[in-house]
Design a protein around this ligand. Structure first.
Ligand SMILES: Cc1cc2nc3c(=O)[nH]c(=O)nc-3n(C[C@H](O)[C@H](O)[C@H](O)COP(=O)(O)O)c2cc1C
Length: 173
């Protein structure tokens, strides 16, 4: 199947996840292109979509949300998976659990535009620079840590499952 992995990023870590997902789906025999959502103007020819965005303030970046809204006619009726890149994994214990609850808010913000077959919230790269001085201090006080929290094993597993589902769809016609 011809698959588009589309992404929106503020600081780059979501692009790394998108490339990784694309690589896994490609290894499984599918034709895959990876593009920033701002660069895709024609969705003609793609048979499935895996679209992801960095999360700011419990929502997708505006350009990623706008992409889903704008491309709704091209996406509807095709298999679509979504992924969000946030920070729950940079927190500990109850704070991590609490941060993970944002998944429903993220999806609620996109609900009018797409009915995905699946959604996954992963953690990306979290830096003090991105938060600014005060934001970084608050984050530390919440028990947050800075670093690259991308869980490649979990990302690979998710992508492999999608690739298998795509293969099944192809086989079943
Ligand atoms: C201004 C700002 C707001 C953020 N808000 C959230 C949030 O509400 N929820 C969350 O899980 N992560 C939040 N994050 C963390 C980022 O989503 C995380 O660092 C992610 O890896 C960024 O992806 P990127 O490197 O592709 O930009 C925020 C980061 C910034 C800089």
């Amino acid at each position: 199947m011809k698959v588009l992995v589309g992404f929106a990023t503020a600081a780059g870590s979501t692009e790394g996840v998108a490339q990784r997902i694309a690589g896994i789906v490609r290894e499984n025999g599918h034709e895959v292109e990876t593009h920033n959502v701002d660069e895709v103007t024609d969705l003609h020819g793609y048979e499935a979509f895996i679209i992801g965005s960095a999360v700011h303030n419990q929502a997708w970046l505006p350009n990623a949300a706008a992409f889903l809204s704008r491309e709704n006619p091209a996406l509807s009726g095709k298999p679509v998976w979504l992924f969000s890149i946030g920070l729950p994994g940079a927190l500990r214990g109850p704070m991590r659990k609490w941060a993970g609850l944002e998944e429903s808010d993220i999806l609620a913000g996109l609900a009018d535009d797409v009915r995905p077959l699946g959604h996954e919230l992963f953690t990306g790269v979290v830096t003090p620079q991105a938060f600014g001085k005060v934001g970084a201090r608050v984050f530390r006080l919440m028990g947050g840590r800075f670093g690259d929290f991308r869980d490649w094993a979990a990302i690979d597993a998710w992508a492999n499952q999608i690739a298998e589902d795509l293969t099944d769809t192809e086989t079943l016609g």
